[in-house]
Design a protein around this ligand. Structure first.
Ligand code: GAL
Length: 438
């Protein structure tokens, strides 16, 4: 006789059969389903395809665990970061959530919300698998607290190849901002279809403004960038800071006027469709070209943001093991997959990033990423991104987005320089990491 049918797992059914002497009835309600809940902000076409593929690797490995993805839309986590803070504070941390390596995890670490996972690192032999620069960014006071899934490069200009070809522009020559702005003038010019706004920007969420400034600052030289992230650029008359802001101002003269209504991926779509020639964006943009079936080298191409050839910015996504999660074992299993070779070589080819691991199977990566892997290996300087949480304290980074968003509207160089240096001074106690980039 069938009384109540709570179908859970094979193990529960077998137990019920044994207890019931072969009869199909269940004496007690089934235990709650075995669940893993993760939060992330990967909601654009390319981002979603990548995280779904990573979740599939997990499901193959742990078929009895149901995965609940809780995506919070908003590039660079500009919405999710706040959501996550309230959840963690309320004791409702999910089993794992997307977070950038470096400073972004510090407030959680300082407040005691993260579990050390050095044992897991040892068990999985990750010390040998990840480069030192990456390891250091997920290690606080000698213990590991997170697992990196990728390395994204932020200092990339994406271009529409047919548009540049039509105007006779050779992208390999665009190595300085002056040459880049000359190319923008050419794109505007009479020969071929005129493009009034050659650069696509979508600054919904403000972070893309910071993103562009950051790459311009990197182009001012690694020493200046290092000073900036170490909190040492405190004078509003600093010539390199002023020069970076002037460059950004010129850049804005070539940007679409509806930028505040576009998200980052909508801006990339304009390059895909040929409504714009250029966009400065991290290489998650490659995921958008990928889902649009565009071919690298034929439809689109890339070059390092002017002044940063030989430099590789670091945007590193990771997951952690928050304290007191509902499904601790599943949380650790998720981290195992995140840090695994198979997980990384499944996720990153779609995402646009390169693996954080050193042993990636390069044959699985497309043409852009093969070049990125080579650039990473050959890079003279690596620099952690501020726009993406790693390089500078949160107190400064949060201000930065507002300052840059105001700048994009008022284009007031000295006001922005004053606001930036004030923000650095205000956050001076929080600069606890001393970066050494050369
Ligand atoms: C970055 C993140 C990337 C990508 C991007 C746009 O902060 O590291 O993985 O998703 O935001 O959302």
């Amino acid at each position: 006789m069938v009384r109540t049918a709570y179908v859970v797992t094979a193990a529960v059914i077998i137990t019920a059969l044994v207890v019931g002497g072969g009869a199909w009835y269940f004496l007690s309600p089934a235990p709650p389903a075995d669940v893993l809940e993760i939060y992330h902000w990967w909601t654009s076409g390319g981002e979603k395809a990548a995280i779904d593929a990573l979740v599939d690797v997990f499901i193959d490995e742990y078929p009895d665990t149901a995965v609940i993805q809780s995506p919070v839309a908003g590039g660079a986590g500009y919405v999710m970061k706040a959501v996550m803070k309230s959840l963690v504070l309320a004791g409702e941390a999910p089993d794992a959530f997307q977070m950038h390596a470096g400073y972004e995890g510090k407030p959680y670490f300082d407040a005691g919300y993260l579990e050390a996972i050095s044992d897991l690192w040892e068990e999985e032999e990750w010390e040998d698998a990840f480069p030192e620069v990456v390891r250091d960014m997920v290690n606080f006071e000698g213990e590991y607290y997170a697992v990196p899934v990728n390395i994204h490069r932020p200092n990339v200009v994406w271009y529409n190849k047919p548009l540049l070809d039509a105007k006779g522009i050779d992208p390999t020559t665009l190595t300085t901002w002056d040459k880049f702005f000359d190319a923008c003038e050419t794109l505007r010019g009479p020969q071929g279809p005129p493009l009034e706004y050659p650069i696509a920007l979508g600054d919904v969420g403000k972070w893309t403004d910071t993103h562009v400034l950051e790459q311009i600052i990197a182009g001012e030289g690694i020493d200046f960038y290092e000073d900036w992230i170490n909190g040492e650029v405190t004078s509003a008359t600093n010539t390199k800071l002023l020069s970076a802001l002037e460059t950004f101002k010129t850049y804005l003269g070539y940007v679409n006027t509806d930028h505040s209504a576009l998200t980052w991926d909508e801006a990339i779509k304009r390059v895909i469709t040929g409504d714009a020639a250029f966009s400065v964006m991290g290489d998650w943009a490659n995921g958008e070209f990928y889902v649009a079936n565009k071919v690298y080298g034929t439809d689109y191409g890339t070059f390092p943001t002017p002044g940063t050839s030989g430099m590789y910015g670091l945007v590193i996504d990771c997951f952690q093991h928050p304290k007191g999660v509902k499904h601790p074992e599943n949380s650790l299993n998720w981290l195992r997959v995140v840090g695994s070779k198979e997980g990384q070589d499944t996720f990153n080819p779609i995402k646009g990033s390169i693996a954080a691991r050193l042993d990636a199977d390069e044959t699985k990566y497309g043409a852009y990423q093969k070049a990125a892997i080579a650039d990473f290996k050959a890079a003279t300087y690596l620099y952690p991104s501020v726009a993406h949480g790693s390089g500078a304290p949160e107190a400064f980074a949060a201000e930065l987005d507002d300052i840059m968003s105001a700048f994009v509207t008022n284009k007031d160089v000295s006001a922005a320089a004053a606001a930036l240096t004030d923000a650095t001074t205000d956050a001076s106690d929080d600069y606890t990491i001393v970066w050494s980039l050369d």
